[in-house]
Design a protein around this ligand. Sequence first.
Ligand code: NAD
Length: 264
Amino acid sequence: MERIVFNSDGKSMQYEMLIGTSLNEFGIELCRFLPCGRVFVLTDSNVAPLFLEDVSAALRAFGIDVLSLVVSAGEENKRLETVQSILAFLLKGNASRSDVLLCLGGGVIGDMGGFAASVYMRGINFIAMPTTLIGMTDSSVGGKTGVDFCGVKNAVGSFHAPVLVVCCTDFLKTLPLRELHSGIGEIIKYAVIGGDSILNLLQGGIINNAALISACCEIKRKFVEEDEFDNGVRRILNLGHTFGHVFEAVSRFSLSHGEAVGLG
Ligand SMILES: NC(=O)c1ccc[n+]([C@@H]2O[C@H](COP(=O)([O-])OP(=O)(O)OC[C@H]3O[C@@H](n4cnc5c(N)ncnc54)[C@H](O)[C@@H]3O)[C@@H](O)[C@H]2O)c1
């Protein structure tokens, strides 16, 4: 298992990203961050039938109780109404400030769950467990959370870093080809910014390629550690996003995020 440590100057963001192939590798590490002996899991309607039971079983094996909420999949659901349902789920389960939300899904679940965690009781911890290539190479790290609002991408959000990112590359096995291509849209960005290392890795194949995920996140790490709140050098990571966000919105999200960024 590989570890990348994120550690910004401001010290508001200190966490590890773990990259491994199988869910079994992460149990003990996850437990370290679940002081209440339970976890609130947020996932979407596509990911739940694939992985929710396996993740729950892996946690229960360590004596962790699992409460779960499944929301409708898709960018069109990355909005405040869904955040309200996440907050209601936490409240109904009597989540305290010591409880933890685990976001199991792609960038939409990570962004939305991270935002809900940032505002529930003025902020609780969350763990990111990305299941898409975009989630593993980009959206789960860096601490940007949020939702779309009034047709504007990520118009409402916060900086709230996860306490742990668990990247299980086995999850990529079920990812539809279109979503893999979408991930490549963001990876092209890293190839432009980060040079030949990414291009060489791309030639070796993508699925289960922990080295590719690690290389992308190492590039992102350098930018976010230097400029956690996106006031300067981190903006380089927005390459392709200015037009990309417009393309995504104008297409009413029929273009995926990665496709739009690739075009941008
Ligand atoms: N916070 C950040 O820094 C950051 C960075 C990049 C992108 N983003 C955001 O991430 C989102 C895009 O991420 P995404 O492409 O992961 O979107 P997504 O979460 O919508 O996932 C794409 C689709 O794949 C499905 N899916 C997820 N995992 C699967 C799996 N393992 N097998 C089968 N299907 C699976 C989902 O249900 C969804 O239908 C956008 O909202 C974008 O704004 C955020």
